[in-house]
Each structure stands twice: as structure tokens, then as C-alpha cells.
Design a protein around this ligand. Structure first.
Ligand SMILES: O=C(O)C(=O)C[C@]1(C(=O)O)C=C[C@@H](O)C=C1
Length: 279
């Protein structure tokens, strides 16, 4: 089986991916979009992408592509602790620019503001891609924010450790594929959930209330609801909803039917387990 992940090697996504799929062929991609495309085009069987961080919130690109790509399902979700370090090329200790993935830069904002306020920052495709870039360009005055495995793999020197702004820093990653398949890992699950993407019926007072009541009176427990712009004009949104109950086929089928009958559109992303991984 071939598994795509947001690479290159030593990205956080790879650390999660290699714990989920220790025996499979892991194929690095340079963006989250490439991970989705690799699944849709059949180049790989599944892909692992980040979905949400406990400090910075949702990875918007992943949410957008879950909506945009027809036929994508979530097979499982894993949560992994995230520790960021500031690293430089050992032969060039001066740095003017800090490079990393936007999520990592955001998760370390207060650290950077306190210690390196005047250094400019540059967004890059992943933390590991930033570390690789610094390692390949010793002549540049660059530092990267990435994990300790990236520092080791790309020969960089860590100058500040554990620079995330909050001690508790976790990122959720999902396994996506074209199959509505439940992927079970060999460790105890932490929870079970169902994910849906919903657009409301035509704009009218109480539209969202009507949709939420479909779940409320069936005692389906919503653990997350997030709105995201549809990009068709200001004020137009889709909703990402997680239901935390166990899966009751009849109750759930009825709920989906009722949502359709009130004019909502519903995309079922999957019913799956959540697991906690090591860092
Ligand atoms: O840049 C990486 O190493 C990634 O795997 C991406 C990513 C993310 O998009 O959230 C994953 C975990 C951390 O939250 C920071 C960056």
C-alpha cells in the first residue's frame, strides 16, 4: 500500500504517518493539495494530512479540500504532541529570517515576539522543508522552526528548544482515502466520531437552528461545529460538524434524510476512531 504525506522527511506529518503505517511505502508530497490529488488520481491508496492544532486551530486548506474534493473520506484521526525548536546551520550562526510552516510560526508567535521581534519570517510548505532549505543554503542568514528529528536529519543546530507558546500543543492528523473504510490501529482508541460537511438551506431566520435541531432531538452529541467560507461571496459558509456518539445506522440515516428534506446539502466524510500517538 502507498501512503502520501505532507513532506519532506521529518515533517510532523511524517512522524504521525510512520506511526500509523510502519510497514508501508510512504511517499512525500510538497503540499496538502498534492496529497489530495495523489489520492484522487489513484497514485496512492491513502494520504495523511494535518487537520487541526490545539493552539492555532483548523488547517484551513485541509478543511477546504475536504469540501472541494468529491469522494474523499476520513478513515481515522490521530492526535500527536508537537514540540517546536529554533535551528540554524552550524556554520552560520547569524540569522535574519526565520522560515517555517505558517502553523508553526503561529504556534511560536509569542516566543518570537519576545526574543526575536525584529527578525522577518517566511512561510514555507512544511517545517521539514524549511529545515532542509536552511541546511542546503549555509550562505544565507536563515533559521528554521521544526522538530528535533528534522534538526538531526538535516544537520542543523538547535539554539532554542520547546518554543511553542503553550505547553499543551497537539495536532490532529487525518487519514484520507476514496473508500468509506474504518481504519483500526493497534492501540486503544480515545474516541469515536462522525464527520459531516453541511451547507444550510436557503438563507432564512432559524436556518442553522433547524439543522442543529435534527441532531439535538435525536440526542446526537455535537463535539465540534466550525464554519468556513464557501468563497462564493461574503456571508456564505459551509459547516464542518463532528458528532461524538457511537454510530446508530437507523438514527443517523434518518437524520441525514431529515437534513436533506429541509434543503441542506450534506457530505458524509466518515465514521472513524481517534487515537493518541507519541511525539
Ligand atoms: O510542517 C509540518 O511539519 C507539518 O507536518 C504541518 C503542520 C501543520 O500543518 O499543522 C503539522 C503539525 C504542526 O502543527 C505544524 C505544521
Amino acid at each position: 500500500m502507498k501512503i502520501a504525506f505532507l513532506g519532506p522527511h521529518a515533517s510532523f506529518t511524517q512522524l504521525a504517518c510512520s506511526q500509523i503505517f510502519p510497514e508501508n511505502e510512504l511517499i512525500p508530497q510538497s503540499s496538502i493539495l498534492d496529497c489530495f490529488n495523489a489520492v484522487i488520481n489513484g497514485e496512492v491508496d491513502k494520504a495523511v494530512v494535518p487537520l487541526e492544532n490545539s493552539i492555532e486551530g483548523t488547517v484551513s486548506m485541509t478543511l477546504d479540500y475536504l469540501y472541494d474534493f468529491a469522494g474523499i473520506h476520513i478513515e481515522t484521526e490521530v492526535v500527536m504532541p508537537i514540540e517546536h525548536h529554533l535551528m540554524i546551520h552550524p556554520e552560520n550562526e547569524n540569522f535574519k529570517t526565520i522560515i517555517s510552516h505558517p502553523q508553526a510560526l503561529a504556534q511560536t508567535f509569542h516566543f518570537r515576539h519576545e526574543h526575536f521581534k525584529n527578525r522577518e519570517t517566511r512561510d514555507f510548505n512544511s517545517t521539514a522543508a524549511a529545515a532542509k532549505l536552511v541546511s542546503e543554503n549555509p550562505q544565507e542568514k536563515w533559521a528554521a522552526i521544526a522538530n528535533s528529528y528534522a534538526a538531526k536529519l538535516y544537520g542543523l543546530k538547535i539554539i532554542n528548544s520547546n518554543i511553542q507558546d503553550f505547553e499543551q500543543n497537539h495536532t490532529k492528523f487525518i487519514v484520507i482515502s476514496k473508500k468509506d473504510h474504518l481504519l483500526l490501529l493497534n492501540i486503544p482508541k480515545t474516541s469515536e466520531k462522525t464527520s459531516l460537511l453541511i451547507t444550510l438551506p436557503e438563507d432564512h431566520a432559524g436556518g442553522l437552528h433547524q439543522v442543529l435541531s435534527v441532531f439535538a432531538w435525536r440526542q446526537m452529541n455535537l463535539s465540534k461545529i466550525e464554519s468556513r467560507t464557501l468563497k462564493t461571496g461574503l456571508g456564505n459558509y459551509f459547516f464542518f460538524i463532528n458528532i461524538s456518539n457511537e454510530w446508530h445506522p437507523i438514527l443517523s440515516e434518518n437524520a441525514l434524510e431529515e437534513l436533506l428534506s429541509i434543503g441542506a446539502t450534506v457530505k458524509f466524510l466518515g465514521h472513524y476512531n481517534e487515537y493518541l500517538l507519541e511525539s
